[in-house]
Design a binder for this molecule. Structure first.
Ligand code: ADP
Ligand code: MG
Ligand code: MG
Length: 268
């Protein structure tokens, strides 16, 4: 339990489970100390508590959003469970992708390396199951670069534990998760491949198709690797987007792929 009570301000995001607000300490109205508070009431509070446990276990990793604590408040006679998170002033990777103009491959490699570092830590114990631009937070740094952190462990699970149904966000989902509900670390790597394509081209891997067509493409189609990119970027994408999950590289191995290693400079 955290000791400071937080006053909620504007909404940063909301889903079917609850809401994320910017908040500041209620006893210091003019404080510049801001946090993000993710809240849910029963029954969604149970899954938010599980999400908090994942965050606690991953505490200290620089590429995973930090959790400062949790508390319970009463709002409109309802008990609300709150998780206090560090606030990301730069929004999410979706916002960076939506900035007009193409990201250079260098910049994409710089961002991808941070996501891989986060995944490398997560995959020691867990599968995230919902890797996508909207779940990657952006922290602008003094030197003009952005630092990325993985957030939203609402669908995460332990490595090796079978679950009986599909979960995730369809466009970023791997063939085996959609077809058989198999969600292992290789699933997150497929999603990473989808994100890298989106960063490089500005467009989603699968476009303008109905849900049924999308399921069909993911399960039976071949992901299209963009042609007008460097050979090492193409090779990196093939290692992420292998249809057979056993052929996909791990996060640890991808960190040493030439696409990452040859682009090792900070890019603003
Ligand atoms: P959901 O499970 O509903 O997807 P998320 O944890 O992904 O919840 O949060 C929803 C949205 O709220 C995110 O996409 C992001 O825009 C915003 N958000 C979440 N956490 C933070 C944070 N720590 N700092 C800033 N914005 C955040
Ligand atoms: Mg989310
Ligand atoms: Mg979620």
């Amino acid at each position: 339990m955290s000791t400071v009570k937080w006053k909620k301000h504007q909404i940063l995001g909301s889903g079917s489970f609850g809401t994320v607000h910017v908040a500041s300490p209620s006893n210091e109205p003019n404080s510049t100390n801001v946090v993000a508070v993710k809240s849910a009431s029963f029954p969604h509070s149970d899954s938010l508590k599980m999400e908090t446990n994942f965050l606690y276990e991953l505490r200290g990793c620089p590429e995973i959003v930090q959790c400062f604590g949790d508390d319970i408040s009463v709002e409109n006679n309802n008990e609300v469970y709150n998780v206090i998170l560090e606030f990301a002033p730069g929004g999410t990777l979706s916002d960076l992708i939506n900035i007009p103009g193409k990201m250079s491959e260098r910049l994409v490699a710089f961002y991808t390396r941070m996501i891989l570092k986060g995944l490398s830590n997560i995959h020691e114990l867990f599968v995230h199951c919902d890797i996508k631009p909207g779940n990657i937070l952006v922290f602008p740094m003094k030197d003009g670069t952005n630092h990325l952190k993985i957030a939203d462990f609402g669908l995460a699970k332990d490595v090796g534990v079978e679950i009986d149904s599909y979960r995730g966000t369809l466009v970023y989902s791997s063939p085996e998760s959609v077809e058989f509900g198999v969600l292992e670390t290789s699933t997150d790597i497929w999603s990473l491949g989808c994100i890298v394509i989106e960063m490089i081209t500005g467009e989603k891997i699968w476009k303008n198709i109905s849900k049924q067509e999308l399921i069909n493409e993911i399960v039976r189609g071949e992901p299209i690797i963009p042609q007008n990119i460097s050979d090492i970027a193409k090779d990196f994408l093939q290692r992420c987007l292998a249809k057979e999950r056993q052929k996909r590289w791990t996060a640890d191995k991808l960190l040493y792929h030439p696409f990452i290693v040859d682009n090792l400079v900070k890019v603003a």
